[in-house]
Design a protein. Sequence first.
Length: 355
Amino acid sequence: MKIETQFHKAFKLQGESFNSSEEIIVFSKIISLEMHSFLKQWFNTSSFIEVKTSGSTGKPKVIQLQKTHMKNSAIATGNFFSLPENTTALLCMSPNYIAGKMMLVRALTLGWHLEVVEATSKPLENTSKVYDFAAMVPLQLTSSLSEIYKVKKLIVGGGGVSKELLGKIQKISTEVFATYGMTETITHIAVKKLNNFGNVIASEMKQSHYKLLPDIKIFLDSRGCLVIVAPKISSEKIITNDLVELISETEFMWLGRFDSIINSGGIKLIPEQIEEKLATIIKQRFFVTGILDEVLGEKLILIVEGTKDNSILTSVKKLKILSKFEIPKEIFFTNQFIETETRKISRKETLKIVI
């Protein structure tokens, strides 16, 4: 059966309009081979696209995403953020990965005017244009704070937003949202407001909750992990390893990963919650994890990127918001963390070189 992948008549790429998918494919080759390759797949007769998962929590794998589901995801994002046709959008992420692919799909499906720039840490430095919508990773946002006013609405994914960065974005005009999702959910299924909370100081503000996009249902399994039912973007329910607290039928708070829980002397520790507390005193990249211990079963350790600094362990021990069980038993330093292809920290590989 031939699949016709149409595009919205209002769609523009680098200011150019098109009469056919062939014209878009030819034009995209001028921009990048990665984009050209994806668009050839998007407009071919297959009903699906093959994509690779990030590998941040396990071994990367290739999965098939239905084009119809990708379009549905695009429509849900457009409705949630009120981004109709003729929306100006910036693509500053690689089309090799799902986040970059979906910016293209949103533009094609919804009739956006898409501008593409190189996927650098400072994607806004060579443009004077103002965009209605963009997506970035935390590093790009951190490096673009002086020019982020050029984006009206920004979604941030691919990693956590530090408390230091949260504080810096509170008074900017851009509306900034964190996203929750994965390759299997075709990017985000929920978003969380990160700024414009009024006069609340960032370090003291109550954490806002993730709010679901349209046509998504969630519940918890026996482990307390999130299960996603989203027939418009996935034919099967998606069972995650994410520990969450349900606030309502449409809101939840992310707590951490089930597969990263540390059982230390019978006490269950969630690394992500400990890391959030440590972020108030440690400015460089770091993470906590567990290693085997004859007495405790597992013991909590802290791994910091950078040169050895004995003052960090002293500061950690004095941090009053940590319980005695949450204080790392040892601290290790390494010059550079191992990263995945999508620039996320590979905790398992980094731990191998440290221990």
